[in-house]
Ligand binder design. Structure first.
Ligand code: ZN
Ligand code: ZN
Length: 422
């Protein structure tokens, strides 16, 4: 800095005016500039190398068990650490557990906890919009990992507050030394583990590279599959969905409709029989004194959400049916007018509403005589139990025949008024 005052505002210096490559259309000439080559190598290139290696490197049983265990260990680093602890603060963790989770999550090779959580908070805040870093509205492939393979304009992603993460020394350390964490936890530890029985190379290929590939693909499903497959029991305005298959693939993150509604609940599955190993682990850590302040939404609030969504679906079904002419759209008749009209048509008044039963007289299940006895009268009492207590279906059928309403409600009211008036 020269310290010399400048009259040119920083925004007009050209650098920030430059159009980001992500904001230009992909053409045959510039497509290679749109690709994030580093991520392509990390997410596709290295796994391909591992698959090719697997043809030459025999898989030992001990190494297979070690690779699967390490898969769960690093997967939980993402789901219990990156996701439920750092993105959502759904529980608190002691320092040893935070170090453990930062190490495990780093071994999954999905970026630092700070970077991951910032994007995930934007995903929750701006779900399905252009500011959602992995909006499923841009396609299933995009939400899975396309968003990392094609360059994004970082300015497009919605703003979020991560001041709490900047105050966590474990998160800050992991972010600063991320490449070291990846080298140690992503490759060195899985190699050394299998090295205990002399299978260093098998450890590198299976517990290292291929395990990274599987854990990445599994956790990417939280952004793709969980927004595409299943039910929406709590809210259907956005894309998150609940499905057991997604839960199996993502260490329990499959009840994503619930999760988007109650993101700071440490659970994803609320029923005991649903698969949520991440929740079970957090609970075990609590028993061990490593985790505390596990947040749970009240069952009453959860049930409210479920009932409101059911009501919404029910209202939509109801709206598809014909319920007869709405009462407030019917013409208003004087009692005398009704009596006059009933001379030429089979009109019956029930509860202040006039019904034209002309075509129904012959079909009346109670017989012709019963219904004709009500023509030109106030049949409210007869209909509602005086003669016969009609069924729900009969009430619905009657409402399809309504043609008018009587001023004042019913006969009695009209007579009372007539008496008063003299
Ligand atoms: Zn989501
Ligand atoms: Zn989340």
């Amino acid at each position: 800095m020269s310290g010399k005052p400048t009259t040119t505002p920083p925004v007009s210096r050209g650098v920030s005016k430059k159009v980001h490559i992500a904001d230009t259309p992909i053409t045959l000439r510039n497509w290679h500039q749109h690709i994030d080559w580093l991520n392509v190598i990390l997410i596709i290139g290295i796994p391909l190398y591992g698959i090719i290696q697997a043809f030459w490197v025999p898989l030992q049983l001990k190494t297979a068990i070690w690779a699967i265990s390490y898969y769960f260990f690093t997967g939980l680093g993402i789901t219990a650490g990156y996701h439920r602890l750092w993105s959502h603060s759904s529980y608190s963790a002691t320092l040893p557990l935070r170090i453990w989770l930062a190490a495990a999550g780093g071994g999954a090779v999905e970026g630092s906890a700070r970077w991951w959580s910032r994007l995930h908070r934007a995903h929750h805040r701006y779900t399905d919009t252009d500011q959602d870093p992995y909006s499923v509205n841009k396609g299933l492939f995009y939400s899975h990992f396309g968003w990392m393979l094609i360059k994004q304009n970082p300015k497009r992603i919605g703003r979020t507050d991560i001041s709490d993460l900047n105050e966590d020394p474990v998160v800050v350390w992991q972010h600063r030394h991320y490449l070291l964490v990846v080298a140690v936890m992503g490759l060195a530890v899985p190699m050394a583990g299998a090295g205990l029985w002399g299978d260093w190379w098998g450890g590198f290929v299976y517990a290292g590279i291929l395990r990274i590939f599987f854990v990445q693909q599994a956790t990417f499903c939280i952004n793709s599959l969980a927004h595409w497959l299943g039910e929406q029991p709590f809210d259907d305005r956005n894309s998150p969905r609940d499905h057991a298959i997604t839960a199996l693939a993502t260490l329990g993150e499959g009840y994503h409709n619930f999760h988007h509604e109650f993101p700071s609940d440490y659970r994803n599955a609320i029923e005991w029989y649903q698969y949520d190993p991440t929740k079970w682990m957090i609970w075990v850590w609590k028993q061990m004194g490593l985790a505390y302040d596990l947040k749970v939404f009240r069952a009453n609030e959860i049930e409210k959400g479920r009932v409101q969504q059911m009501q919404k679906k029910l209202d939509q079904r109801r709206a598809r049916l014909d319920w007869g002419v709405p009462i407030n759209a019917l013409p208003v008749l004087e009692w005398e007018e009704y009596l006059e009209l009933a001379r030429s048509r089979a009109l019956v008044a029930v509860a202040g509403v006039v019904h034209d039963v002309t075509e129904f007289v012959e079909e009346h299940p109670g017989g012709r005589a019963m219904i004709t006895a009500a023509i030109g009268k106030d049949a409210t009492a007869m209909f509602n139990g005086g003669v016969y207590y009609h069924s729900n279906a009969a009430h619905n059928l009657l409402s399809m025949m309504r043609v008018g309403v009587i001023r004042g409600g019913c006969e009695v009211e009209v007579l009372k008024r007539a008496q008063k008036e003299g």
